[in-house]
Each structure stands twice: as structure tokens, then as C-alpha cells.
Design a protein around this ligand. Structure first.
Ligand code: IMP
Length: 187
């Protein structure tokens, strides 16, 4: 089997999991257990959401929602399409669990979506944020790491469906990917 391209590691697994533990502790300490509802933005946030839930001090209701804006490239299309979200949220504190807040459009759209459906409060837990890319102002109540304007993959995040399975968060680099493909073809 060909090995994964040697992408540069931005955040190693230990650091990520330690930070998720801190976030879970903070969320657990502030939440009113039965009012909290987690909404995992698939597919990118699945890994983060799973690790977060495992570290919360109580079991919590969790649903998935799909919000797509990226298509198959690394540049946002600008409009956010939401699928799912039919579960009841009236009177609940909805915690949107995201992998990355980039322009902020996804989180903004989901916030409007859940408030319009009667959520008592909407908060955001995001593993990463790229503040330099922000187009709309959004609050992130529980943030893992701020990063510079890199396209990152791994720990559930992908480029065109690839590399979600990488255990760490790495910098996507087309040249590194191409070189690995050429090496594999020669072997
Ligand atoms: P926003 O609506 O521009 O904030 O985009 C948020 C979504 O874009 C995230 O949930 C990701 O799916 C995707 N995204 C943004 N930056 C990256 C990245 O660096 N790697 C992978 N996905 C990204």
C-alpha cells in the first residue's frame, strides 16, 4: 500500500486531544445538562465531535447536519446549503460543533437556522478558526486553535474527500501530494 504524502504537521494528535479535553471540561461545567443539544456539522467535524462527546462529563443528545459550501476545491463558493436539521430544538441550547470556521458563513447560516426553529440559545464549538479569512463576524464560544490562512486536512477534514483519516492536522500541499503519487507510480 502506498504511504500517505509527507504533509507538514500543523497540530499533532496529542496536542489536539489535550485541547479537546479542555474544551469538554469547560462545556460540561457551563452546560445545563438536559438543555444541551450537540449538532455536528458533517462530514468534517465528525472526528472532533466524537472525541469531544467522549470527554464530556455526561451523555448528550447529538444530531448531524450537512452544510456545504466548498464543493470539491479549496475555495469557498460563498453560499451555504443546509441539509438535515429536522430534529426539535425548541428551548434547547444548540451547540454547533464545527471543524473550522473560515469565512464564518456556515456558522452564521446555521445560527440563523436554529434560532428560527426556536432554539433558546445557539453556541459554537470549533476545533479551528482562521480569523484572517473571516467575511462575517461570528462568535465562537469554545475554540480549539486559531490558525493562519492554510488549507488543512486530517483529523476528519478533507480535500475533495481525501485524507480525513489522517490522525493529525496537516497542511495540504498539492506539490507534496503529486510527488507522492509519482513515487508510488514508479515503485
Ligand atoms: P466557512 O463557511 O467559510 O466558515 O467554511 C467552513 C467550512 O469550510 C468548514 O466546515 C470546512 O468544511 C470548510 N473548510 C474551510 N477551511 C478548510 C480547510 O482548511 N480544510 C478543510 N475544510 C475547510
Amino acid at each position: 500500500m502506498a504511504s500517505a504524502p509527507a504533509f507538514k504537521v500543523l497540530l499533532d494528535r496529542t496536542r489536539i486531544l489535550t485541547r479537546i479535553g479542555e474544551l469538554a471540561e469547560r462545556i460540561g461545567a457551563r452546560a445545563v445538562e438536559h438543555d444541551l443539544l450537540l449538532v455536528c456539522v458533517i462530514e468534517g467535524a465528525r472526528t472532533f465531535c466524537r472525541e469531544l462527546r467522549q470527554r464530556l462529563p455526561f451523555a448528550v443528545e447529538c444530531h448531524e447536519i450537512r452544510a456545504s459550501s466548498y464543493g470539491n476545491g479549496t475555495v469557498s463558493s460563498g453560499s451555504v446549503h443546509v441539509e438535515g436539521g429536522e430534529f426539535p430544538v425548541e428551548g434547547k441550547t444548540v451547540l454547533i460543533v464545527e471543524d473550522i470556521v473560515d469565512t464564518g458563513r456556515t456558522v452564521q447560516k446555521l445560527g440563523e437556522f436554529f434560532r428560527a426553529r426556536g432554539a433558546a440559545d445557539v453556541q459554537v464549538a470549533s476545533l479551528l478558526s482562521k480569523p484572517s479569512r473571516r467575511v462575517v463576524e461570528v462568535a465562537i464560544e469554545h475554540l480549539g486553535f486559531e490558525i493562519d490562512d492554510h488549507f488543512v486536512i486530517g483529523f476528519g477534514m478533507d480535500v475533495a474527500g481525501r485524507y480525513r483519516e489522517l490522525p493529525e492536522i496537516v497542511l495540504y500541499d498539492e506539490a507534496v501530494e503529486r510527488a507522492a503519487g509519482e513515487k508510488a507510480a514508479q515503485a
